[in-house]
Design a protein around this ligand. Structure first.
Ligand code: ATP
Ligand code: MG
Length: 506
């Protein structure tokens, strides 16, 4: 039995200040298995794998990798022990090329010279072997998240590893990209690697994992074989109760146009046209969903609407005012709630507290004071939102960067949605959220729509678009190819075909 284990964690505990993030957690990874770690936002998943990767020193417990016990691990030692990691939040340097990132800090050097050709060849070999197509010479900026993730995986694989840890790798991927990733994982397992896989998507876990370990509030709840478990049973194991009912979606009653986008053209930093003349509008009291495979222009379009990217031609209007190419700070003065796709870089400041982060969403609200801020009031408001949005892991003065991934997302949602904005631009609003939190944010968006807000939803999760939208637009190759209203929405398979570029002639 013991020889069959690649990783054995025994009695791992970790405390951050007053927070007990992990409490005597046991975990075993067998050779050649894919083992999923699941649990609610803040349950301790990332902390546990960070202990295994030497990013964090546990307060107590034993770590054994391939039969060797490590008293003190560092990432370097972990790599030497054969552990590779793809982090929940990517750590790539945007200005560097793929090759520079993959070999950062571990360049192949001969006679004091970095062997670029050798490095590129190594990347090409790995890409080919595992079907992770990337060009070693392309810089990271401008790359889709799916591509960035390939680079992260290549970086892990460029060392001689036996265990690959992936912390929510699919949160940022489209269904198609998830299929590709799973192909890669299967090849890795066939090559004798063992994999730890963290995800909130139960259907993925059912598909790929041999066993699951469920964490609840820092404790191990159970480890079970996946075969024989239904999605519902896994959900029950995670949240300790049954999931609540499906969303009720009443008939929309759209009013005036709030957001109007006219013939917008966008060219990216490399000169490629990513949005090729897009027009649509979103009215008050409706949710318009933009669905598409990632990389078809939706991110650029969203960025243009929220003032983060220039458009080359066309117009964007908010309540009849032209807001084309306005700055982010000008946009902040309008009643627009923005959930950006890339929240760690653009959504929050990790070095500020929750109250400070939430206040930056209402700096024009004079009820918080003009010159002398009413700090108590700001703090109280933040604490109310922490409760309402169930943001977990919060003590006095907790920095947002100390929260778990999903809880950071909740801070953004609380800041952007709680002020009853007239327009909401929501990109991937449930990314990284656990089942309960996803349900909550969906309810929140529908409530805003019922209270006459206009909601523009951009999501690569078809299920999310289907359950929330009153109208659906399909974007492909930078153009809106089809539009459906609630009553004419075809089934998922047909919609997926449209997302791949089939035109709707009706
Ligand atoms: N560096 C840190 N400082 C303080 N607290 C931390 C730190 N890292 C994690 N925590 C806390 O430890 C707990 C577990 O966090 P962790 O990131 O492991 O959760 P998770 O299960 O990965 O959640 P998610 O699904 O949201 O990513 C949380 O309460 C979190 O706030
Ligand atoms: Mg996490």
């Amino acid at each position: 039995m013991i020889e069959n284990l690649t990783v054995h964690l025994k009695g791992i505990s970790k405390r951050f200040g007053k927070k007990q993030a992990l409490e005597k957690v046991d975990f075993e990874l067998k050779k050649g298995e894919i083992h999923a770690i699941v649990g609610e936002n803040g349950a301790g998943k990332t902390t546990l794998v960070n202990c295994l990767f030497g990013m964090i020193q546990p307060d107590e417990g034993e770590i054994t990798i391939n039969g060797i016990r490590y008293d003190k691990l560092s990432p370097r030692l972990a790599v030497e022990a054969g552990v590779g990691m793809v982090h929940q939040h990517f750590k790539l340097i945007p200005e560097f090329t793929v090759a520079e990132n993959v070999f950062l800090g571990q360049e192949i050097i001969k006679n004091g010279i970095v062997q670029e050709k050798l490095q590129n060849r190594r990347i090409e070999e790995l890409s080919k072997r595992y079907g992770l197509e990337v060009d070693p010479l392309t810089p990271i900026y401008g790359m889709s998240v799916g591509m960035r993730q390939r680079v992260e995986i290549l970086r892990a694989l460029s060392k001689d590893i036996r265990v690959l840890v992936l912390d929510e790798p699919t949160a940022v991927l489209t269904p198609n990209e998830v299929d590709q990733l799973f192909e890669v994982l299967r090849k890795l397992v066939a090559d004798g690697l063992s994999i730890i896989f963290i995800s909130h998507h139960l259907h993925e876990i059912m598909r790929i994992a041999d066993r699951i370990t469920v964490l609840r509030s820092g404790k191990k709840h159970v480890t079970e074989l996946t075969t024989g478990l239904s999605e519902l049973e896994i959900a029950r194991l995670i949240i300790g109760r049954d999931q609540s009912q499906v969303l009720k979606h009443s008939e929309a009653d759209p009013g005036d146009v709030v957001l109007r986008v006219e013939d917008v053209l966008i060219t990216d930093s490399r000169g490629a046209q990513t949005v090729k003349g897009v027009s649509f509008n979103v009215r008050e009291g409706e949710v318009v969903g933009l669905a598409g495979v990632a990389g078809n222009g939706q991110s650029e379009l969203a960025e243009a609407i929220i003032g983060m990217r220039k458009v080359d031609a066309g117009r964007i209007c908010y309540l009849g005012q032209d807001i084309t190419n306005i700055s982010v700070s000008q946009l902040r003065e309008k009643e627009i709630g923005v959930i950006p796709e890339d929240r760690l870089q653009r959504g929050v400041n990790p070095y500020m507290t929750i109250a400070q982060n939430i206040y930056t969403g209402s700096m024009n609200d004079e009820s918080y004071g003009r010159i002398f801020l009413k700090l108590d009031k700001i703090e109280q408001h933040a604490m109310d939102l922490v409760k309402e949005y169930d943001i977990r892991g919060v003590d006095d003065g907790t920095f947002v960067g100390e929260l778990s991934g999903g809880n950071i997302q909740k801070v953004v949602l609380a800041r952007e949605l709680s002020s009853q904005p007239k327009l909401v631009i929501a990109s991937e609003p449930s990314r990284g959220l656990d089942i309960g939190a996803t349900e909550f944010v969906h309810k929140q968006l529908l409530e805003l729509r019922n209270n006459r807000s206009a909601v523009f939803l951009l999501s690569t999760e078809l299920e999310e678009v289907l359950s929330l939208s009153d109208r659906i637009l399909i974007i492909h190759g930078g153009r809106i190819m089809s539009e459906f209203d609630r009553h004419s929405i075809p089934d998922e398979a047909v919609l997926s075909a449209f997302m791949l570029g089939v035109e709707n002639k009706s």
